[in-house]
Design a protein. Structure first.
Length: 646
């Protein structure tokens, strides 16, 4: 796990390349505190800088940027290639190796097979930038599921690229122009979906893609070497024909192999443990393959509804891990908030970013690598909202489309505040489940769902927070994404498979994996995700939905594996999110901070957000009639980020 940054420029002759690259690299020093390196070719106009978090081959033989033995390729690489020793075997014994790093393995593969063929052989998480001295081309690449970040974009005659926007911003060609359309996406989803970024002209490279450019050919488009959409379609066409017991056996074998590969490390290694199904399965199979107790880490909170530490402790005790738990006060958790705008290089507002950083910081005090149970929900149908969306779609489907559209038009003919005033006098007469302080917003959201033509469209509206119709972002036109472009969606045979695939294409890489990468790297900790071995993902998409959601039980197949190693009574409990009491904090200790960021005069002066809907939500939240914390957290994280990036 490291960080990379660089440029390709047709106007690089007048700059001090070494000094500039060091400046760009210092901006991402947290990603690699162990070593750094610079390489540039003044004639070609290309420069690269690397920050190293040493995990494999701690010797100078693992130093980057690294040049291939034949001198053709120069590589900066962030991530880990778990099967690199097998790739070395395939390359043959004739090669003379300088060390045992996976960076050197990749370079040897590039020389023998080419870049794309080598990347296709690689099992791992990675972002790479490769300069080909022979063709004078730069290739950028990202792992299949999007574990490692990579930003890029032309700024004038200069292509900038790097692990985080901080590094790009240090280059004099960078133009920090906020993209209002991307801001609208942030307000809807609490993250900015790829390929967009918060800045105009800067994109995120899509997962599973390679992009090759040169000063002569700048407009090439990224090409997929692995496509999740095709994986889903192929998996549904080539359905697994075995029994549930067969599926358990195959899945457990794949998961064991993935974990064994990801336990490869020359430094201390551990795992996050919440006591839930996903992390407990990972830890159980780690401990099964370890000769000594696995180090496990859990953050606890005094607020019972947010605390999983007790469950994790019981699982750790049963498995015999070397367990560390740390109870964090609300004050300690809130102290993380001022760090968030710097930690996340573009605005990001999933509030579980706070406990994720805390547990990463805890783990960093003992290990340099930690495995996690992320992606279990997306792969094995774990989110409660999947069943909720399915039931909602079932009910709506019973109504003719024409009638739904008429009802929707009738509701939206009145603005939300009018509905609020109409229902205000009768709020106390309504049943508890129907009474709502923001009845107008609820009705408008329901009206939008009534008009949904597809399950994915309904699901998008269900998970949306702010919408464009709110008039929140001034001058914005929401751009197309996987959520809205049906051509990018796999179109599975079942509603839930549809929305699971959309989550894996969007929410997983752009929210979950982004959150973990930035939080962990902010603590100089490498995280690994065994569920995202692409061979395991390809198998899971061949499985019938009934093996994942069976008779109302989510993650059924994964549970069968876990029950072999941990008694079910230690696991069975209602699903708990990894969160903090943002709603209470905003009415209490964070109120003054929020009021300053949300002030009407400030919003008008900055000119990005319409003050009326923001102030309306803030008043609603403070009244206690309704919790608007997630809507407000989106705005607050943008406002805090904006202040930090003036």
């Amino acid at each position: 796990m490291c960080g990379l940054v660089g440029y390709l420029s047709g106007n690089a002759g007048h700059i001090n390349a070494s000094e500039l690259l060091v400046k760009m690299g210092q901006a991402i020093s947290h990603r690699g505190p162990d070593d750094s390196g610079v390489w540039f070719d003044a004639e070609a106009g290309v420069g690269m800088f690397h920050r190293r978090l040493s995990i494999l081959d701690l010797s100078p033989a693992g130093h980057q940027p690294m040049v291939s033995c034949d001198g053709r390729y120069v590589l900066v690489f962030n991530g880990e290639i778990y099967n690199h020793l097998k790739i070395r075997e395939e390359l043959g014994a004739k090669l003379q190796w300088r060390g045992h790093s996976d960076t050197e393995t990749l370079l040897a593969g590039f020389s023998v097979w080419g870049i794309e063929s080598t990347v296709k052989k690689a099992v791992g998480m990675f972002a790479v930038a490769v300069w080909d001295r022979q063709t004078r081309t730069l290739t950028l690449g990202r792992d299949r599921l999007g574990e490692k970040p990579l930003y890029y974009g032309w700024q004038g005659d200069t292509l900038l690229f790097g692990s985080e926007l901080k590094g790009l911003k240090a280059h004099p060609s960078f133009r920090a122009q906020i993209d209002r359309n991307s801001l609208a996406l942030l307000m809807r989803y609490n993250y900015i979906p790829a390929p967009y970024s918060i800045y105009q002209g800067i994109q995120k490279l899509l997962p599973g893609a390679l992009l090759t450019v040169s000063l002569e050919v700048r407009d090439n488009q990224p090409q997929r070497y692995w496509d999740l959409k095709k994986v889903v379609v192929n998996g549904l066409e080539r359905r697994f024909s075995g029994s549930p017991d067969d599926a358990v056996e195959v899945l457990e074998g794949l998961l064991k192999n993935s974990i064994a590969g990801q336990m490869l490390s020359d430094v201390p290694l551990g795992a996050f443990l919440s006591g839930g199904i996903d992390s407990s399965t990972i830890v159980a199979l780690m401990q099964m393959q370890s000769n000594s107790p696995v180090r496990t880490f859990t953050i606890g909170f005094n607020e019972e509804q947010y605390n999983e530490a007790g469950y994790a402790k019981k699982v750790a005790r049963y498995l015999g891990t070397n367990h560390t738990e740390l109870y964090v006060s609300s004050q300690e958790a809130r102290e993380v908030i001022p760090q968030l705008p710097a930690l996340y290089c573009e605005p990001f507002s999933d509030s579980s970013q706070i406990p994720t950083f805390l547990v990463s910081h805890l783990a960093h005090q003992h290990v340099k690598v930690s495995l996690s149970g992320d992606a279990g929900d997306e792969l094995f149908c774990g989110y409660n909202r999947y069943a909720e969306a399915q039931e909602l779609w079932r009910k709506l489907s019973n109504l003719p489309v024409g009638l739904r559209k008429v009802l929707a038009r009738g509701i939206t003919s009145l603005p939300p505040h009018v509905w609020d005033s109409l229902f205000g006098p009768i709020q106390r007469l309504l049943p508890e489940g129907l009474a709502h302080a923001k009845m107008g917003d609820k009705l408008h959201k329901g009206a939008a769902m009534m008009s949904s033509q597809t399950p994915a469209e309904l699901y998008r509206l269900l998970v949306s927070q702010w919408s464009l119709t709110s008039g929140l972002v001034i001058g914005a036109v929401e751009p197309p994404t996987v959520w809205t472009d049906t051509a990018q969606q796999p179109h599975a045979e079942h509603f839930i498979q549809d929305i699971m695939s959309v989550d894996m294409l969007t929410y997983l890489p752009d929210d979950i994996l982004c959150k973990v990468d930035r939080a962990a790297m902010g603590a100089s900790l490498e995280t690994r995700v065994p569920f995202l071995d692409h061979r395991l993902v390809e198998f899971v998409w061949q499985l019938p939905l009934d093996y994942k959601q069976h008779k109302g039980i989510s993650k059924w197949l994964l549970r069968q594996i876990l029950y072999k190693h941990v008694p079910r009574e230690l696991i069975e409990r209602p699903k708990m999110g990894f969160g903090v009491p943002i709603d209470v904090w905003l009415r209490g200790p964070l109120r003054a901070w929020a009021e300053e960021l949300l002030s009407e005069s400030r919003l008008r002066r900055e000119g990005y957000l319409n003050p009326y809907p923001v102030r309306r939500q803030w008043a609603m939240h403070l009244s206690g009639k309704n919790s608007c914390q997630y809507h407000l957290w989106n705005v607050l994280m943008f406002q805090a980020w904006l202040e930090n990036n003036k």
